[in-house]
Structures are given as C-alpha cells and as structure tokens.
Design a binder for this molecule. Structure first.
Ligand SMILES: Nc1nc2c(ncn2[C@@H]2O[C@H](COP(=O)(O)OP(=O)(O)OP(=O)(O)O)[C@@H](O)[C@H]2O)c(=O)[nH]1
Ligand SMILES: [Mg+2]
Length: 514
C-alpha cells in the first residue's frame, strides 16, 4: 500500500544520512523525493504543497537537538536523519487525523448508511461492517437498498449468508426510502441493534442519486453516514467526497482497495482537502479485510521505517553511546572478544527479545523468524563457563578446555568449538568491513537498509544484519555457519592456515554426515 510514497521517504532519509545538521539545502533536496512520490501517488497537489511546507518549517525550526542528557544524566543522541523521520511522521499523522473510528449509536442501535459511486465497494463494506459489529456483540441487519443494479440484492444476500447476518430486501415495486424504513422497523421488532443500509451507486454524482440519499436520510436518520471511496480513484476521491458532503452530512470515509495499487494517495489527502476523516480502510475482497483507520499506523507504514524511532529510543535508554562507539571501534580492529559479546547480549536482552528487535527493523522481518532465542541462551551459557583468558583469546581453547567448558554449561564440546569458530568468522568479517572506514564506517557501509540509524547499534547486532550475514550464523541453530564469511576468511588469513585446515576438516566431516 502506497509503496511509491514509502520509497520517496526512504530516498529522502537516505539523502540525509550522515548530514550533520538539517539545513534549508539538504531539506529541500530530501523533500524533492517526497514531493515526487506524493504526486505520483496522486495526492492532491495543494495538500502536497502545504504538507511539505510544514515539514520544512518544523525541520528548520526545531534547531535540532542531537545530543542531550536525560534525567539521570545519560547522553541521548538523535541524528538529523532520524529527526527528519520523526517530523514527517508527526506531520503525516496531523494530515490524516484526528480520527475517531468508533461508530455512533442512536436510539439504542448502531445504524450506518453507506453511500458512494458505482463499484467502489459499498456492498463489500456493508458485509465487512456487519462482521465488525458482530465482533462487538452487536446483532446487525443488512439492508439491500440498491434496487437498480441487477443482482445487487442477491450479492448482499450471499455475503450476509456467509457471515450469518440477516438481509432485508424490499418487496416488488418498493423504492429505497420505503425499503429502509421497513427495515428499520424490522430491526426494532427482531431486536437487532445494528443496521447497515447498502445504497445504490451511480457513475457520477448526480441529482437523482443525491435526492434519493436525502430521502433515505430523512426516513431513517442513520446515526452514521459513511462515504465509500475507492483508492484507485486517485485525486478524484477528493472531488467526490466534496460533492457528496455538500448534499449530505458525511461522518467518515471508508477507503477501499488499498491492497491493490501503489497510488492510493487519496488516503493521505482526503481529510486535509475535505475535512472528513477516514474511519475505515478496506484492504481486500474478503469480509475480514477491514481495518479501523489509525493515522499513526498508516504513517509509520508509509514511512516504511518500521518502528525505527522507537527502537532507537529503546536502545539509547540502555546503552551508553560512548561505550558502543568504543565497542564498535574495537570490533573493527578485530579486538572484540567473547567477553564483549556477552555484554552485548545482555544489552540486547534488556531491549527485549532479539526476535522483537529484528521484527522492528524494516527488511529484517524474515530474519526475526530465523533467530533462535534458545541458541542465544546456549551461547551465553557457554561463554559464562569460560575463563577470562578464554573469552579474550578463544584460540587457547583446546580439547580439554572445551570439555571443561562444555561440562560447566551442560553442553557438548563440539558446541564450544562451534561457537569459537562462528565468533572467529564474525570477527574476521567485521575487520574486513572496518578496513577503510574507521569510526562509523561499520554503520555507514554496513547497514544500507537502515537509513535512520546513525550510530549506536550494538556492534554484534549491527554485524549480524549489516554485513549481510545470516543471524542464523551466530544465533540460529542449524544453519550453515557464516556461509559467505568462510571464503573471505580463507583468503585473509595466511597465518591461520593450520587452524583453518583443522576447521575445514571438521566442517567437511559435518557436511559428509548431512
Ligand atoms: N482488492 C479489493 N477489492 C475490493 C475491495 N472492496 C471491494 N472490492 C471489490 O470491488 C468490486 C466492487 O465491490 P462492490 O462491493 O460490489 O461495490 P459497490 O460499491 O457495492 O458497487 P455497486 O453496487 O455496483 O455500486 C468487487 O469485485 C469487490 O470484490 C477491497 O478493499 N480490495
Ligand atoms: Mg453494491
């Protein structure tokens, strides 16, 4: 949904990476991408203009505090790029909100009239809303008030039957206002406390349609009048919403078919352009594909940064930035030890499970699936059983030491060797990345998919994601340990050749067994 807009924001954030300060020049440059993508998504031109203006104003006006100390004197750092993401998010939310997606009751019943042009999804939404009411323990009646389109009544009856909701149809010759009045009475008699009127659509906003809708409104006084708009209508949705709203008091909009097209910019613009908020989103053809509209949710989906801001905040709370920088530097110089790894793991645990953390990072959802939390515990227990010397220079671990460590942690000696081997590979990989970059190089080069994250990722974590290394290599059970790293390691380490031979032999034995 709205992929082009997401790409626009990502390109913009990318441009701000490494920028020291948000200035007019770099903001303009970044916003160019955003503008293009919004227009491409068919967001109303005027809405785009004023949105960009506000983002710029805030970005310039915020005189971005990038470093601060929190209440307990800890340092907090936010990069200008991250600040930009936050500003955009706030402005997107303001653009689309505020929204109260709850439905109003009148005289003890939740009544809803659905209106809109032909084929936008009114009948589908009627069934979806009936399902939505059912979930709130409301018993709805569906009303087939479209007597013009052939098979319209049958369509609603089929949908109603599929969710166990009764459907009211008029008798021969009855007109929609009368059908609706009868239905309201039937609902009262049958103690149904929800009623949804599915009205007819027309190809364009015309007098006859408006007159009929006004008559229905007068007859049954629906507590909620929802205009159904198709996101494929592009910026026409804005004009249509305006036209309907001139005749009938529209309480909210249901924006449908957001699953289909990369455009859908109407979802962003319609509130700003007409004052009518979106209340629901339709994201598929089936009755369960209805979402209450939450501007925050759509904004963060559009930004495509996962929960990057939240993640950075979580992280900053638990880790001292300077420490992280030192760790990173040592990691790059190949001085990172198992001792450091365990500190990192503890830090990560304070942040929540590694699965959650990967899950929050865009593009890493798949990785989250692979992370084996049990494997992390195993790694920890192994390191715990090591002496300081072994943690710092794992090369000293021979067979008898491995046996001792294994006993102490209730594991197998081959787990010990496995860990040492994988750690060696990770270190090697980090060193190769660190080569030219120096401070910050790891994050700059290593994490292209995380535009917002300037610094402060725990090196272990950054390594796992950034270098394109499978997290499974370190923490994911049975996967091939560090596939790609293997080749580089061999090329790099002439002096480690003997050890490597031993490792390779072990590996091929393992492979042979598979
Ligand atoms: N992909 C997708 N298709 C949808 C969605 N909502 C409705 N549709 C499809 O759009 C088409 C029209 O839907 P209807 O519910 O019949 O639209 P309508 O507004 O009642 O149409 P008329 O009664 O003819 O005015 C159908 O094929 C639906 O399956 C949605 O959210 N996503
Ligand atoms: Mg219909």
């Amino acid at each position: 949904m709205l992929e082009t807009v997401t790409q626009g924001f990502q390109a913009a954030t990318e441009k701000l990476r490494g920028v020291k300060e948000l200035r007019e020049e770099n903001i303009d440059e970044a916003l160019r991408d955003v503008r293009m993508s919004l227009l491409e998504a068919d967001v109303d031109f005027e809405v785009v203009r004023s949105f960009l203006e506000r983002v710029k104003e805030r970005a310039l006006g915020s005189k971005v505090e990038t470093r601060a100390r929190d209440a307990s004197g800890r340092r907090i750092r936010v990069s200008p790029g991250q600040q930009f993401v936050k500003i955009c998010e706030r402005e997107l939310v303001a653009l689309m909100g505020p929204v109260d997606p709850s439905l109003t009751k009148a005289r003890g019943a939740t009544s809803i009239m659905l209106i809109g042009l032909q084929g936008v999804g009114k009948t589908t939404v009627a069934a979806k809303l009936a399902r939505h009411l059912q979930k709130q323990k409301i018993r709805p009646l569906l009303v087939a008030a479209d007597i013009y389109r052939p098979a319209a009544v049958e369509q609603l009856e089929t949908l109603g039957a599929s969710i166990g909701v009764p459907v009211h149809r008029g008798s021969e010759g009855q007109l929609p206002p009368e059908i609706c009045r009868d239905a309201a009475e039937r609902a009262r008699n049958e103690r149904l406390n929800g009623i949804i009127y599915d009205t007819a659509g027309r190809l364009a906003v015309d007098e006859a349609l408006m007159a009929e809708l006004e008559q229905i409104t007068a007859a049954v006084e629906p507590a909620n009048t929802l205009l159904v708009c198709d996101s494929l209508m592009g910026r026409d949705a804005v004009n249509v919403a305006r036209a309907f709203n001139e005749h009938i008091d529209v309480d909210g909009i249901v924006m449908t078919k957001l699953d289909g097209d990369a455009r859908g910019g109407a979802a962003l613009a319609v509130k700003a352009a007409t004052g009518v908020p979106i209340k629901f989103l339709g994201t598929g053809e089936t009755v369960d594909k209805l979402e209450e509209f939450r501007p925050e949710g759509l904004a963060s989906r559009i930004l495509g940064m996962g929960d990057i801001v939240g993640l950075v905040q979580d992280f900053e709370e638990v880790v001292d930035e300077k420490q992280a920088e030192e760790d990173a530097e040592r990691l790059l110089k190949g001085q990172f030890t198992l001792e450091d790894l365990i500190t990192q793991l503890k830090t990560i645990q304070k942040m929540g499970s590694l699965k959650d953390i990967f899950g929050k990072l865009p593009g890493m959802g798949a990785m989250a699936e692979q992370v084996d939390e049990g494997e992390i515990l195993k790694v920890q227990s192994l390191i715990h059983s090591m002496t300081t010397q072994e943690r710092r220079t794992p090369d000293v671990i021979d067979k008898s030491r491995a046996q001792r460590i294994a006993r102490g942690s209730g594991r197998d000696p081959k787990d010990v060797f496995g860990l040492v081997e994988r750690f060696g590979q990770m270190k090697m990989l980090m060193q190769s990345l660190g080569g030219g970059g120096g401070k910050g190089g790891l994050f700059g080069k290593g994490m292209p998919q995380l535009p917002g994250l300037g610094g402060g990722m725990p090196p272990g974590l950054a390594g796992a994601g950034g270098a394109g290394m499978d997290p499974a290599a370190m923490f994911g059970g049975g996967a091939d340990p560090g596939g790609r790293a293997k080749g580089r390691q061999r090329a790099r380490n002439a002096d480690n050749q003997k050890k490597n031979k031993r490792k390779q032999a072990r590996k091929s034995r393992k492979k042979g067994r598979r």
